[in-house]
Design a protein around this ligand. Structure first.
Ligand code: AMP
Length: 432
């Protein structure tokens, strides 16, 4: 538990590193609560700047600018995980840098999950073609019937991932030469693998260390994990019945408060739709909440974060953690007494939690842009009862860019889902 802090109260100022939609929605809630906002972002018209008292327009790597942000704020937070620790030297932030450091690397976060007793898919670090073949040949991976190779860092929204088919797994374990095996892989992966250098991760470890159940031990600090970081991770395919997230907040009194599991549906690796309730049974639900709580307690986490899970054979399986408010939690803005953003602001300001109680059920759909296009059909969509429209104020639409979201609320979840689908059908992108 962190030492007791003097609460940060309005009209004091909150500093946000990153001015995208998450920064904007944090700023919205903070403004409503009466706080001042200063945001640092290189883009001159970033979404959060529209709500900020001050916009420091600078690169995230600009240590002087980050110092200026900290000097202007009573509580400092982030909207993304790739914060360079060098620019944060001597600064206090909420959350602290450790969860950001762990969660931005898939090997580190999955190893930590395993250490905390959280179920994961089998996974192995991959540094080379030899590692990849050894990992593919592992009985636990073979038993999954398929595997995904993921970059440990930098991948998001389904990018930096390659699905290996059963025949590729079989070939990996067979007598093919390395070059023939590599010839079976997608060309971009082939190029990346041939560019990797350094000692093979697998061959550095003993058999027992390599067993998925025996990931290297992590301590409270993180330095031991750094040496273990490989460029890729091979993960067994999980045969899941649904995907869901636990969105919750750690507070400075050590408590953790979360919403019931939120069901998520993805398209092309990007979140498409979230539902305020899921078909999880009580036991699975409780277990997932306990998993999220154990992460919160491990880090002494202060702020909102999300843990994404698969539900496989009725059990939650950890996929990844996002150390910030999460897209799947956007529906809390309309469906809960305290949204994920309000809880984040409360936590980072050292205030007590707000009530998480549900006002209604909700279904949310993301609005992703298309190149040089404008959204049409809003007048019809917005007329649908219970429809709430959120637009992030981005001037330029680009393919796959998160431009806004719509949430339909109703006392009945299937009605909310029907309404949000109907609204989504009304909307379309038209080339300018
Ligand atoms: P991620 O970036 O790890 O969240 O992956 C994006 C999406 O790919 C997930 O939401 C899943 O739909 C799918 N996916 C990722 N890892 C696995 C896995 N081990 N098994 C099955 N599907 C996966």
């Amino acid at each position: 538990m962190s030492p007791v802090r003097k609460p940060v109260l309005p009209p004091e100022t909150i500093g946000i590193l990153g001015g995208g939609q998450l920064g904007r929605m944090m700023a919205q809630e903070a403004r409503r609560m009466g706080y001042g906002i200063v945001v640092l972002d290189p883009s001159d018209d970033c979404p959060a700047s529209h709500l900020a008292d001050e916009h420091i327009q600078a690169e995230f790597s600009d240590a002087n600018a980050v110092q200026k942000l900290a000097a202007a704020s009573s509580a400092l937070t982030f909207e993304f995980e790739n914060v360079d620790p060098a620019v944060m030297e001597g600064l206090e932030s909420f959350p602290s840098l450790e969860p950001l450091f762990v969660s931005r690397n898939r090997w580190r976060e999955k190893s930590l999950a395993r250490k905390l007793g959280i179920a994961t898919a089998p996974f192995f670090p991959v540094n080379s073609v030899t590692d990849l073949r050894m990992a593919c040949a592992n009985p636990e991976i073979q038993a999954c019937g398929g595997a995904i190779l993921k970059t440990c860092e930098g991948g998001y929204d389904g990018k930096g991932q390659w699905r290996l088919k059963p025949e590729q797994l079989e070939a990996a374990a067979g007598p093919l030469s390395d070059s023939d095996f590599v010839g079976l892989l997608e060309s971009d992966l082939r190029d990346l693998l041939s560019a990797t250098t350094g000692p093979p991760a697998a061959s550095q470890r003993s058999e027992s260390e390599r067993a998925p159940g025996n990931a290297p031990v992590l301590t409270a600090g993180t330095s031991e994990v750094v040496a273990d970081s490989a460029p890729f991770l091979l993960e067994g395919m999980v045969d899941f019945s649904l995907e869901f997230s636990i969105v919750g907040t750690g507070f400075s009194d050590g408590s953790f408060h979360c919403y019931p599991p939120i069901e998520n549906q993805h398209r092309d690796g990007i979140l498409h739709k979230s539902l305020s309730s899921s078909n999880l049974d009580e036991v699975a639900s409780r277990r997932a909440v306990e998993y999220a709580r154990s992460l919160s307690e491990h880090f002494g986490y202060i702020g909102t974060f999300a843990v994404e899970f698969f539900l496989a054979e009725g059990e939650p399986v950890f996929n990844e953690m996002a150390p910030r408010p999460h897209n799947s939690g956007h529906l809390t803005m309309d469906a809960k007494l305290s949204s994920q953003f309000e809880q984040h602001i409360r936590a980072i300001c050292g205030l007590p939690p707000g009530p998480n109680s549900s006002l209604c059920e909700a279904a949310m759909i993301n609005l992703l842009g298309e190149d040089n296009s404008q959204l049409r059909g809003l007048e019809d969509a917005i007329g649908i009862p219970g429809l709430r429209f959120h637009w992030y104020g981005k001037k330029e639409a680009r393919s796959g860019r998160k431009m806004g979201h719509i949430t339909a609320i109703h006392s009945d979840l299937s009605e909310a889902e029907r309404a949000v689908e109907k609204a989504f059908q009304c909307l379309g992108w038209v080339r300018q």
